[in-house]
Design a protein. Structure first.
Length: 261
């Protein structure tokens, strides 16, 4: 399923806190942040009708097999488990039933022009790039809400404020590739095989990073007890097992997981 969004549709879903963090403005007085937000909204108004954001998702039959998620179409998503003493020893596969379940895979992005069309103005280029990042995240938020309430429909009566959405007070989680519980960006190659990112203009680098930069990908898990966590440091034993499950040389996987070793 592909959804295209006009900018005005995503404005309410933008999490401005992260925008202020990106500018280093999160500790500035309220009036300074408001001024920056007003300027950003003005830029969004100028971009309206010229650029769009996109969401691509697929709901699939799936189940857990150890620390892997096995999809009904034969694809597998190898995952990592917390190993640090004192952690919950969690793996995302724990939130799927071992026999039969369902999950979602997704990617969101923006028109490449938001990265290329503003090279003539350094300040505007930075402003548009940071807004593009927020629009890609907002598209993920909006898409996930529609999935929960309609497409998957496991929370049809959900009625949350935008503040509650940003606080992730909905059922289930949306772990993104490259984030703490799913740090290996090369998993994008697996997701791309299932989703075909090119449908919304995303291409992958050799490391699995996405272009445009303002892109998000990940999983959608519905289990009521599912929650986010920090993977933390893993041992050589798990890295070696993960490499085997990924079908990749250990030295290649070591590069992908350098920040967790």
């Amino acid at each position: 399923m592909i959804i295209s969004y006009d900018i005005h549709q995503l404005k309410p879903y933008i999490n401005w806190d992260y925008f202020f963090y990106a500018w280093g403005m999160h500790n500035k007085p309220l009036d300074e942040r408001q001024k920056l937000q007003e300027e950003a909204v003005s830029v969004l108004t100028d971009l309206e009708g010229k650029y769009k954001a996109y969401a691509l998702f697929r709901l699939v039959d799936a189940h857990s097999e150890g620390d892997d998620i096995a999809l009904g179409d034969g694809h597998r998503i190898p995952l990592l488990r917390q190993q640090q003493p004192g952690s919950e020893c969690l793996c995302l596969a724990d939130f799927l039933h071992p026999e039969h379940d369902r999950m979602g895979l997704f990617a969101t992005s923006v028109d490449m022009g938001l990265e290329k069309d503003f090279d003539h103005d350094t300040y505007l280029k930075m402003m548009v790039q940071l807004l593009a990042d927020r629009l890609a995240e907002a598209a993920a938020e909006c898409m996930h809400e529609s999935v929960r309430k309609t497409y998957w429909g496991y929370a049809p009566d959900e009625q949350l404020t935008m503040q509650q959405l940003h606080a992730e007070q909905f059922q289930g989680i949306r772990p993104a590739v490259g984030y703490p519980s799913l740090p290996d960006t090369s998993l994008n190659f697996v997701l791309n095989e299932v989703l075909d990112f090119r449908q919304i203009g995303i291409r992958l680098t050799e490391s699995g990073a996405m272009k445009p930069h303002a892109s998000v990908s990940g999983l959608m898990i519905s289990h009521p007890a599912a929650h986010y966590y920090l993977l933390g440091t893993i041992g050589l034993d798990q890295m070696t097992d993960y490499a085997r499950r990924r079908g990749l040389p250990v030295e290649v996987v070591r590069k992908f997981l350098s920040s967790n070793l």
